[in-house]
Design a protein. Sequence first.
Length: 259
Amino acid sequence: MTGSQESPATATAPAPADVGGNGAWDVEVRGLWKSFDSAPVLRGLNLRVAAGQRAVIVGPNGSGKTTLFKILSTLLRPSAGAARVAGFDIRSQTSEVRRNVGVLCHQTYLYGELTCQENLLFYARMYGVADPPQRSREMLRLVGLEGQADTLVRSLSRGMQQRLALARAIIHDPLVLLLDEPDTGLDQRWAGVLRDLVAERAAQGGTTLLTTHNLERSLDLADRVAVLNGGRIVFSARRDDLDVGSFKEAYSRHTGATV
């Protein structure tokens, strides 16, 4: 989908790109703009992700992926436009959005001077999770860090910190997961665990929107894929309608990048 070339004050937003299929929308974005020092990063972006879907956004560096995720998770305010996540408005219902969203981005939001267990206990209590010690142990087992429960986070490898950050993001069983390059630092085994986790959440009705630079892996993770370039969704398709070759061709055509 190609968006408007107009400024946020004059643009008429086209219909949102249905990145996640049909049904109730767990993520709905209309005419989203974000500028830094008058330089637009998002340009009237539109998208919708259906409840229970796995949607992957890919795009070159600087295309606006991280900015979009920060806005959807209420870490950053848009310059113009509107968005709802898990049914809540990102501007007027920020507390409700945060309670219903799990976020994994370039920052782990972990405390280096606390242990793995202490970090998860902190977040479990913050979200009001029933039986925080039990839930924390479950999450450590899920990401294969039960043996590091008493290890300070600052002592962990980058891959281990990423796995613990994933456990933090899902500890409160959020309706919507926003995962910005969650495979960063993960080896092939744990990238497979991530894929299985996302698929299991979808089977239980959970919605996941994520980004990755790995085009092949995106097809393993998604029901639908989209390409973000120049601050807009420029391509969207069902995963079943693509293979690796056709997706790489579409990506190159819409971004000008060689893959």
